[in-house]
Design a protein around this ligand. Structure first.
Ligand SMILES: [Zn+2]
Length: 203
């Protein structure tokens, strides 16, 4: 395949072959993701395509979503009965993946679920939404999109060197807005590591 024809195909990723018992695997990748992870999406019977959380993003993020769903299901299985997660919305917003859910979980499991979602969203920030290659943020008029060099249309959003994949959380401590956490996302290991804000020239 010529380089400029590179598009992420459904065949690039093997989803589980088992899914909803009430219907065969759908052809559309969004519905198939729901079909495989139906316990998390809780779609109407035999209609994975009608799930509230049906992804509204590009196929390049399918691998991120499949991994996230597998990890969330594992978390639930570990936690035991009575704990539920229903994925309510999965969408692209400002070039990033957004995932929201409802459910009944213990406080610690909620924190773990949120951490997995945070990692998936950080991963989307460096993954082309069209083909799943390494991506960066581009501005297309009033829209932002994460894309590889090939699928980039528009202008690259400037990023200060050294601040790539840095996530900073600020909050109020003693009436003053301060940095609560400063982390770098590593796409190779899909993990965050703490970074000293001072080492990045931040206060
Ligand atoms: Zn691409």
């Amino acid at each position: 395949m010529a380089e400029d024809e590179r598009v992420f195909s459904h065949d690039n990723l093997d989803l589980e072959e088992e899914g909803m018992p009430s219907c065969p695997a759908p052809e559309d990748w969004r519905a198939e993701l729901v079909w495989v992870h139906y316990k998390l999406f809780q779609p109407p019977e035999s209609h994975p395509e009608l799930a509230e959380g049906l992804p509204d993003c590009g196929i390049g993020w399918l691998g991120i979503l499949d991994r996230l769903c597998t990890q969330l299901q594992y978390l639930l299985d570990e936690e035991g009965k009575g704990n539920t997660i229903k994925l309510m919305q999965i969408k692209e917003e400002q070039g990033l993946l957004r995932v929201s859910w409802n459910g009944l979980l213990s406080q610690s499991t909620t924190a773990n679920a949120d951490k997995l979602i945070e990692l998936a969203c950080a991963c989307s920030a460096c993954t082309c939404e069209i083909c799943s290659e390494e991506g960066r943020l581009y501005r297309r008029g009033s829209y932002l999109a994460t894309a590889c060099d090939l699928h980039a249309k528009g202008e690259r959003v400037p990023m200060k060197p050294g601040l790539e994949n840095i996530y900073i959380r600020r909050g109020e401590i003693n009436g003053k807005i301060q940095i609560l956490s400063c982390r770098r996302y590593d796409p190779k290991t899909n993990s965050f590591t703490d970074v000293s804000p001072a080492s990045l020239g931040l206060e």
